[in-house]
Write a protein that binds this ligand. Structure first.
Ligand code: FMN
Length: 162
């Protein structure tokens, strides 16, 4: 199992580099098409002191364990089928009660061509995990989406840490 920075807080062991100075974290999933990865990279979270962790794409990769407050960024799949809107990899990650206990908000992406199902994964995760849906964006996001997300995350974690 891949234990992300912040896990050391729980274990009481030496804290990995990056965890001490961070204001929060983003956990994201991105399929082979990589739109969400591009969006997250464009957000330059490192500069804001926000750690970024990617949920593995393939089942044979080590599972991700996160033990610090995070906002989930999730693309929507399923083509309108609500049962498949949240990618299976994200469901698996959130089914771990320890991972789930640290989620503080969700940002969802999608494609408005899917109409009512646009960014449905965000509404589903928000309801299931009882956290706010903070923002939605299309595909890899626009420059404006990136700016809004950077500002929003900085404000969100500043409030959470106040
Ligand atoms: C098979 C498939 C199904 C999709 N279903 C939806 C959907 O139901 N609602 C939506 O808003 N977007 C849907 N999308 C669009 C994706 O959410 C969008 O392309 C996203 O940017 C993919 O992110 P990724 O490249 O990081 O995996 C779908 C895309 C694919 C390929």
């Amino acid at each position: 199992m891949n234990v992300a920075a912040g896990a050391a807080d729980v274990a009481g062991a030496t804290e990995p580099a990056g965890a001490a100075d961070s204001i929060g974290a983003v956990v994201y999933f991105s399929s082979a098409s990589g739109n969400t990865t591009r969006f997250v990279k464009n957000c330059r979270l490192d500069d804001l002191g926000i750690n970024a962790y990617r949920i593995p794409l393939r089942a044979n990769e080590p599972a991700l364990a996160v033990r610090e407050p995070y906002v989930l960024i999730v693309p929507t799949y399923g083509g309108g089928d609500a049962r498949k809107a949240v990618p299976i990899q994200v469901k698996r990650f959130l089914n771990d009660p320890d991972n789930r206990s640290w989620i503080r908000g969700v940002i969802a992406s999608g494609n408005t061509n899917f109409g009512e199902a646009y960014a449905a994964a965000g509404r589903i995760v928000s309801a299931k995990c009882q956290v706010p849906l903070l923002f939605t964006f299309e595909l890899m996001g626009t420059a404006e989406d990136v700016d809004k997300t950077r500002e929003g995350l900085a404000r969100f974690f500043a409030g959470a840490n106040a």
